[in-house]
Design a protein around this ligand. Structure first.
Ligand SMILES: Nc1ncnc2c1ncn2[C@@H]1O[C@H](COP(=O)(O)OP(=O)(O)O)[C@@H](O)[C@H]1O
Ligand SMILES: [Mg+2]
Length: 636
């Protein structure tokens, strides 16, 4: 893609609106002044190339201190617009004090403005500002820039082209992973302990010995326990036999008591007392009647008529005889009562004796029953005799109990020791196994780092690309018949030892005595300085210019083809400032074919004062300066 039409309006020295139509060829950009045909400086050649840069990137000429400064002095607005060979149209316009307006019209896509337009424009060109400046624009007095620049700055520019970033990201990621793996490995290594096989064997033997001791004690303990149970049974039998004797004694005594209580017939006594009671009642009635009849001292007056009784004396005689009868009746009553009382007492006694007997008999029965139950124990004791003294046995049991406690404690300790040794051995074995697996993964990561790292793929990519660029540049020089070659190199060994491990990325201590990475064990290599060197075979100012130009054109060609960038316009400002005539002639004779064929630009603009250049390039952009500013014209 190239420029078909370019319009400048109040752009620096170009007043008014000026449009030129352009072809796909290489133009010499030349200037002359109406007042002085020999003057070609300060007329607007650089401003012309600056207009193309501004159109594509929006960046104003370096000489302008403000954005407004590019508008022609005295004018209120200006702009640059262009039509590209694919039909796209771009314009940047500005009114004093306002912001610059960008518009992009791409065929079939409509109009985009400002930031969106810039994004689409970068896509359309296939390059952004930095890429364009590094490849398609060679500014005045900047030709040797790439050769003379600080290697770090040069490396930064070229790093962008090489697209090493994905590889560097992969390398960083791998290093991060590796350091995690190494940390894991260190943790595992800490688990690997050297276990003395003798120690485990001894521990096992200790467990076996103490276990059989414990079993022995336990056996004796349970024998003793059985004996103790038998002994207790025996003693209980002895106790029961003793109790039997007691019951027997009680029984005999009670039997005697029962026998002493002669049983009394209750019924005849009850009958006799009843009869005595009736006799006493009859005696009491007779005595009462007689007492009533005898009464107190009678006064001789009839109680009915209340008159003096005519038979007073007879009555008094009868009274005397009745008194005698009463005395007799009283005596009878006394006898009857005492007989009754005797019988009643006898009956009460008989009841008491009967109750006592019943009670004693029940007690006797109880003794008998109890004693019957103890008969077995009596038999046992008769058979076995009394239990022997078991003090010794109990003492043995007490000693055994202590021995058992002691042995059980010892057994637990021995078991714990054996388990800890076994666990340690198991963990150690597992850690060793895990380390083996891990070792493979670690090696894989280290190899991968070596493959994608600075010394691997990154170096290879850089060397490959830069080799291509170097060859392109040398071809240009050879074709031009210039006796100069450039050598491009990448990542040279520096002085001293590496500060970081190439394999795992961990840092080395300041001391140079450490030759092996403490983390991953890799050998400490030399300090590598990643830098791009462009070394011309001859070091004159001219050689630097030629080397720079050839490198830049070759790099541009490579980058544009890599990016499939559509933009193919080279803008080169006064490349031959320092060249002698012979070299200038040699180079310019080949510039057209070099720009067009070798480096595949469609269009080129080459600012030059030199007549040799003008002769070599038939097409021209002619700038004529006057007091009213500069005007543009295309010739050829
Ligand atoms: N804003 C401006 N308005 C008018 N003329 C300008 C403006 N800015 C720069 N110029 C003029 O442009 C000329 C410099 O143009 P330049 O392209 O650098 O010259 P050369 O042809 O040597 O490359 C000077 O004469 C300067 O006065
Ligand atoms: Mg200039």
């Amino acid at each position: 893609m190239h420029i078909q039409s370019l319009t400048l309006r109040n752009w620096g020295p170009y007043y008014g609106t000026q449009t030129i139509e352009l072809r796909d060829t290489v133009y010499a950009v030349q200037a002359e002044h109406t007042d002085d045909p020999d003057r070609s400086n300060w007329i607007g050649k650089s401003w012309f190339l600056g207009a193309i840069r501004f159109l594509l990137t929006g960046v104003k000429p370096d000489s302008c201190s403000t954005e407004d400064a590019w508008i022609s002095r005295g004018e209120k607005s200006g702009g640059v617009s262009g039509i590209f060979s694919d039909g796209s149209e771009v314009s940047r316009t500005r009114k004093l004090g306002n912001s610059t307006q960008l518009e992009l019209r791409v065929n079939g896509k409509g109009i985009a403005k400002q930031d969106q337009a810039q994004t689409e424009l970068d896509e359309l060109l296939g390059m952004d500002h930095d890429d364009l400046m590094a490849t398609c624009f060679v500014e005045q007095r900047q030709i040797a820039r790439l050769v003379l620049a600080d290697p770090a700055e040069r490396t930064k520019i070229v790093n962008g082209w090489l697209e090493l970033e994905p590889l560097q990201r992969a390398e960083d990621w791998l290093k991060g992973e590796l350091s995690k793996l190494l940390a894991e490995d260190r943790a595992l290594a800490a688990q690997v302990v050297s276990i003395d096989p003798g120690a485990l064997k001894a521990a096992v033997a200790r467990v076996d010995a103490i276990t059989s001791k414990v079993t022995e004690i336990q056996n004796e303990r349970s024998d003793l326990a059985d004996q103790a149970i038998e002994m207790a049974d025996w003693r209980r039998s002895a106790e029961f036999a003793e109790r039997f004797k007691l019951f027997k004694q009680h029984g005999l005594a009670t039997r005697k008591e029962v026998d002493a209580l002669a049983p009394v017939e209750i019924e005849p006594l009850k009958l006799a007392r009843e009869q005595a009671s009736q006799v006493r009642s009859a005696a009491r009635d007779r005595e009462y009647q007689l007492r009533e009849l005898v009464g107190d001292q009678w006064d001789g007056v009839c109680p009915k008529t209340c008159e003096t009784c005519p038979v007073q004396d007879q009555v008094r005689t009868i009274g005397v005889s009745m008194q005698i009868e009463l005395t007799e009746a009283e005596s009878v009553l006394d006898d009857a009562d005492s007989k009754y009382q005797d019988l009643d007492r006898s009956l009460t006694d008989a009841y008491r004796v009967a109750a006592e007997r019943t009670k004693k008999l029940a007690l006797l029965d109880h003794y008998r029953k109890e004693a019957t139950q103890l008969l077995g124990a009596v038999d046992t004791i008769e058979e076995m005799g009394l239990p022997p003294d078991d003090t010794e046995m109990r003492e043995r049991a007490r000693i055994l109990e202590n021995l058992f406690t002691e042995a059980a404690r010892e057994q637990v300790l021995a078991l714990v020791e054996r388990k800890s040794l076994e666990d340690g051995q198991k963990a150690s074995r597992e850690a060793t196994k895990a380390r083996k697996t891990l070792e493979r993964t670690i090696r894989l990561h280290q190899e991968a780092i070596a493959v994608v790292g600075r010394q691997g793929a990154q170096k290879e990519v850089a060397e490959q690309v830069l080799g291509d660029v170097q060859n392109g540049a040398n071809r240009l020089l050879q074709n031009a018949g210039i006796d100069l070659t450039v050598e491009v190199s990448w990542a040279r060994d520096g002085k001293g030892l590496a500060t970081h491990c190439e394999a795992c990325g961990s840092s080395y201590p300041k001391t140079l005595s450490q030759k092996i990475c403490g983390i991953c064990g890799a050998t400490r290599g030399p300090k590598l300085i990643e830098k791009l060197m462009i070394i011309p075979s001859d070091r004159s100012g001219a050689a630097d210019d030629i080397a720079g130009l050839s490198f830049q054109l070759a790099a541009s060609s490579w980058l544009r083809s890599k990016r499939s960038a559509a933009w193919a316009v080279a803008c080169i400002d006064e490349p031959f400032g320092q060249l002698d005539r012979a070299n200038s002639r040699a180079l310019s004779a080949h510039l057209h074919s070099m720009i067009r064929s070798s480096f595949a630009f469609e269009q080129g603009f080459l600012v030059a004062h030199d007549a040799a250049v003008m002769e070599a390039l038939p097409s021209r952009v002619q700038i004529v300066g006057s007091v009213n500013g500069s005007t543009l014209r295309v010739i050829g």
